[in-house]
Design a protein around this ligand. Sequence first.
Ligand code: CA
Length: 720
Amino acid sequence: MQNKRLVQSGAALAAISAMLLAGCGSKVSDPNFAKVDTDRILSEGLGKGEWMTYGGTYDEQRFSPLEGITPANVGSLGVAWTYEFPTNLGTESTPIVVDGVIYATGSWSVVVALDARTGKVLWTYDPKVPREQLAKGCCDAVNRGVAVYDGRVFVGTFDGRLVALDAKTGKLMWSTVTVDESKPYTITGAPRVVKGKVLIGNGGAELGVRGYVSAYDAKTGKLAWRFYATPNPDKKPDGAASDDAFAKIGNATWGNSGKWKTDGGGGTPWDSIVYDSVNDSILVGFGNASPWNSKVRDPEGNGDNLFVGSIVALDPATGKYKWHFQETPRDQWDYTSTQSIVLADLPLGPNGTPRRVVMHAPKNGFFYVLDAKTGKFIQGKAYAPQNWASGLDANGRPQVVPQARTPPPEGFMQFPGPQGAHNWPPMGFNPKTGLVYIPTEKNAQFYVPSDPANLPKSKWNLGYNMAGGIPLVIPKGALPQVQAGMGGGLLAWDPIKQEARWSIDLGSAANGGILTTTTGLLFQGTKMGLLRAYDATNGKVLWETNLKRGVTAPAITYTIGGEQYVAVTTGWGSSWALNNGLYWKDKVTRVPGRLVVLKLGAKGAIPDNAASGVEASPKTKEFGTEQQVAHGLQLYAFNCMVCHGPMVQSSGVLPDLRWSMIASDPQAWRSVVIDGALKGNGMVSFASKISPEDAEAIRAYAINQGWMAVRNGDAKAPKP
Ligand code: CA
C-alpha cells in the first residue's frame, strides 16, 4: 500500500515535471536536444510543429500541415513577443525551430537562440565580421539563416566562413574559411545539412569571383567535396568533384580568352541548395555570369558558359554531376538561377500519374517544371512580362532576341532587369490548392555595352556602361512616372496549366517570401512592413498587421505545448534597398533587425521607429562645371550607385548623399572617400579606383542632384 502510494506520487511528480517542461518550451536539458539528422527531417516533416530546415522540409515548399491557425481565427493573431537584433542592416533570415528553441540570424551574420515560446534569449553569437566587408558585397550584409543538425547550429558568415556552434550554448565548435579571402566573396545564404554534410555556396559574381558549392563534414568542418560553377581558368582539373563535368561538357562552352579567365566567370550559388531525397540528389541553383557582358567575358566564344544560370544535380556523397538544366544560356543580364527551388509531386506523369518535379521561377521571368530525376524539361512559360526572349523551345531553351544578345551602342531597355522577376524571397507551394505563390518584381535595365578595350577602373565593372541611360537632369514630375513602372506583387501560379490563377499588385518591389498552410492560408509580408494572411485559393486579405519594418523574409510557423506560432524577421535593407532606393516612393529609416513572433489572442505592440533625423535638403551651395558634374555622374554610377542608389537617391537605409553633412564639406568628403575615415561602417577608401579630383566631381554631382530635387519640388530648400 505504502509502496503503491509512493509509486503514484512519483508518477504524479513526473507528470508535473513533464508538464512544466512542456510549458517551458525549450528542452535544452534533454540529452537528445537538437539532434536533427536527415532521417528526422524526412520522417517528421513539419507535422510535429518544428521547422528544422530552411524551406521547412527538404522539398522546400514552405507548406505547413499545422491546423491551429485557420481562415476563421486568423483575425485574432497578435504579437506574442519580439527580439531586437543588435545590428541594423537588411534582415532576411528564415528562423529554424527545433526542440523548443528558435534560431535566427540578423545582418552581419549574428545568430540568436531564444526560447520559442517566451522569447527568452538563451545565447547569441557574433562572428565579428569586419565592417569593411560591406564594400566587398553587392547587396548588403544580409544573412538568410542557420541550419541545425546533430546538436549544432551552422551559419555562413558574410566574410566567407562556415561556423559550427553548440546548439545548447552557442559555443564555437569549429570554423572554417570557405573562400579566398583576397577576393570579393561573401556568404548570405543559409546552409543545408544532408547526411552529415553541410552544404554552403557563396556570392560575389558581379565583383569578379568563381562560384562553387562546398560540402563540409558536420562533425569536423573538413571539406568533403566542391563543385565549381565555371571552369578552371586554364581548363585544367581542380582536383574537385566538378572536374569530370567540366572535361566532358563544361570547358567547351567557354572560349580561351576574356575577363572570365581573370575574374572567375561568376556563377556563384548564393541561395538555393536543396536535397531531393527521392532521387538522392543535391540541386544547386547557380548564379549569373561575370562580367555580365559576354563580349567582355568571353569574346571569342559563343558557347553557353556552363554552369552559369543553371540548376545542377549532384550526388550528395561525392558531389559528382548527375544532370543540369541551364535556364539562361550564356547569361549576360544577371539572370541568376539561385532563386528558391521547390520539389513536389505533380500529376504530370503518363495519364496524369504523379511525377516528381522541380519547380523554379528564376530571375529571367520564366517558370520551369523539370523532371527531378533527370532534369528533363517538362514545361515552362513566362510568369512575368519579359522582352529578352521570344519564348522557350521544346527543350526549354530561351529563344533570345537579337537586341538582348547584342545591345546596340545606344542601349536596349530590357525587362526583367537584374533584380529579376523573382529574387531571393522564397516562393511556396500549397499541394491542396495546387498553386505556387511567387513574390514577383517589376523592374527593367537599360543595357548599354562598354567598349571591351576601354573599361574604366572602377569598383563595378560589368562590361556595361553603368551610367547608361541615367540623365544628368530629370524633368519635374518624371520621377513618379519612373516609380510607377517599377513594382512588385504576389502571384498565384498554376504550374500544371501554366497560368496565373490570381495576382495582387503590391505597388512596390522587395516584398516578403511565402508561408502557406493546409488550412488554406498564405502569409506574406510587404516591404513597407505589413504582414498579411491571404486566402490561398483567391488572394482575399483575411488579416493584416503593421510590423513597422520591411518584411522581405518569409514567415514560418511552429507549435509548442499545443499552441501554434507564426514567426518572421523584419528590417529594411537588402539589395533592393541599397540599389534601388530611387524606386521607393516611401523613404524609410535605418533600423535594427527584429524577430517578431505572433500567436492567436496575443496583444503585444510593435514600437514606432525613431525618425531618421536628417532633413531632406542640401546642406551646401551647388558647385562645379557642367563637365565636372557629368564626370561625377559617370564615376558615381561605376563606384557608388549600387549602395547609395541611382541618381543619388537612397531608400533611407544608407545615407542619402544629397542631404549629407559630409558631402557639404570638401575636406570631410575627401577623408571618407579617399582616406577611408568611415571604413568601420563599411564605407572603405576608394583611393585605388578614383583620384581626389574624381571624388570632388562625385560630390559636385551629389549636391547637384540635391538641388535638382529642390527645383523639382521634391525636397525643401535649405534655410538661408
Ligand atoms: Ca548577380
